[in-house]
Design a protein around this ligand. Structure first.
Ligand SMILES: Cc1cc2nc3c(=O)[nH]c(=O)nc-3n(C[C@H](O)[C@H](O)[C@H](O)COP(=O)(O)OP(=O)(O)OC[C@H]3O[C@@H](n4cnc5c(N)ncnc54)[C@H](O)[C@@H]3O)c2cc1C
Length: 424
């Protein structure tokens, strides 16, 4: 097939979802052009690289699938999508770029170098070799059908005014609404809504929560509460919390975000000694004299239960609010310290955003129901997952599915069997 006869697939957005979509579409034989609003691609990927770039997670796939929350799409959809581009395929794919990965004790998977820049550089170079054409500083502005055909005309805003291109299939991968400096500013939302596509409102996901701390708590700002178990209703997560000037940060609270967001008055309950039973804690206090005053009893509990600095500040504050204290009350308190939260931090600061194109608009192959041949992938779709590599993995898996679907739409059925990353 000569160059101009090959179907033209346009990918919009140069994050992980868009880049992998471009790679799959190009490997499958399409002519691919990737449009990006910023002057370079993968800016959020580079930001993620500051934390080492947690690409995926090594836990079993049955548990992995349960990490995804998405209103309107079942867990088996995620199971299928992740089977097409699994965590081990993602590691193989990185190896194909010469990026070796390793699994931490926690199960999190990172490039050995703990950097994103080498991966991104090699990836973009390989995409260019595969014939992908990059058009930077092109902000998507609109889409319309070309006459009564199955082709699409796309409009972009460029420095000099406007630009248009025609495509046989389109893959939108314009990201969510956090860290707008990276280009993921969610401004595409207004255009989509004006064209009749339902977009669920943005919410902060994987973010800190605000607490009205006392001066005593502010004195431990930046200190962790280690080895705690936090719960919201029946949901419990063990790990570390960080006391910040405005409230609480950390993996635990990120994971409990969806449960907290569903509460009118969000409340976190923290077990500061999750590995000890109430009986064991009582035993440790057994030799305390019964006529100890409240403050001595409190000092004794902090010491005997080996509470860390931030945990001690929180425990003391709550105990002080209780007035007269007995051992039994302290045991109950250390196992369930209640912290009232005000609200989540703004979406701009969050690691990811919930909300985006509603699943009602999408078919299982990620095509937009009202626009045949137009697909959406990555964080711009309404789903969320905790930190741990699930976000990146989800974007990769969705990007490849959207690209395979685009190839199938263009009549390149053969490409459905394609799994380039399996060969590495
Ligand atoms: C601080 C931080 C650390 C993170 N660390 C991790 C981690 O370690 N592991 C993990 O799994 N996830 C991590 N994430 C989340 C992860 O980076 C994102 O989930 C992922 O990048 C989303 O990929 P995407 O391709 O959907 O969108 P994005 O990466 O957001 O890319 C979207 C692209 O579309 C472009 N765009 C937007 N609008 C337009 C338009 N109108 N026209 C053209 N182009 C447009 C943007 O400029 C951008 O380049 C982190 C996020 C942050 C903020």
């Amino acid at each position: 097939m000569n160059e101009q006869d090959r179907p033209h697939v346009v990918v919009i957005g140069g994050g992980p979802a868009g880049l992998i979509a471009a790679e799959v579409a190009a490997t499958g034989g399409a002519r691919v052009t990737l449009y990006e609003a910023k002057a370079s691609v993968g800016r959020k990927l580079l930001v993620a690289g500051r934390g080492g770039l947690n690409l995926t997670h090594g836990e079993d796939i049955e548990t992995f699938v349960t990490r995804y929350r998405s209103e309107g799409v079942e867990a088996h959809w995620w199971a299928q999508c992740l089977a097409e581009f699994s965590p081990s395929m993602l590691r193989n794919w990185a190896a194909g770029l010469g990026i070796e990965t390793f699994e931490q004790r926690t199960g999190r998977v990172y490039p050995r170098e703990m950097k994103a820049a080498p991966l991104l550089r090699r990836w973009v170079a390989r995409l260019r070799e595969q014939g992908v054409v990059f058009c930077m500083k092109h902000r998507w502005r609109g889409i319309e059908r070309v006459g009564s055909s199955h082709r699409w005309r796309l409009q972009f805003e460029v420095e000099t005014g406007g630009s248009e291109v025609e495509a046989d299939a389109v893959i939108f991968a314009m990201g969510g609404a956090s860290w707008s400096i990276t280009g993921s500013d969610g401004r595409w939302r207004e255009t989509m809504e004006s064209l009749g596509v339902k977009v669920t409102p943005w919410q902060s996901a994987n973010c800190g929560w605000e607490v009205e701390w006392s001066t005593e708590m502010l004195a431990v700002e930046g200190k962790p509460i280690k080895n705690a178990m936090a719960s919201v209703g029946a949901e419990k997560v063990k790990g570390e919390l960080m006391v910040t000037r405005y409230g609480i940060e950390g993996g635990i609270i990120y994971q409990l975000g969806p449960a907290l967001r569903s509460m009118a008055e969000p409340m976190l309950t923290i077990d500061l000694k999750p590995d000890a039973t109430a009986e064991q804690l009582r035993e440790k206090m057994a030799f305390c004299s019964s006529d100890l005053c409240s403050s001595d009893l409190l000092n004794s509990a902090v010491k005997r239960w080996r509470l860390g600095e931030a945990a001690t500040a929180l425990f003391r504050e709550k105990a002080r609010d209780m007035g007269v204290i007995r051992v039994e009350e302290l045991v109950r308190l250390v196992k369930a310290v209640g912290v009232r939260l005000k609200n989540s931090r703004p979406v701009e600061e969050a690691i990811s955003s919930a909300g985006g194109i509603s699943w009602q608009e999408l078919a299982p192959d990620l095509s937009l129901q009202q626009w045949p041949g137009v697909f959406a992938a990555g964080e711009m779709v309404d789903w969320e997952a905790p930190t741990g590599g699930y976000l990146m993995q989800g974007c990769f898996a969705m990007g490849q599915r959207a690209a395979r679907s685009a190839l199938a739409f263009c009549g390149m059925q053969r490409s459905i069997e394609l799994s380039p990353w399996e060969k590495y």
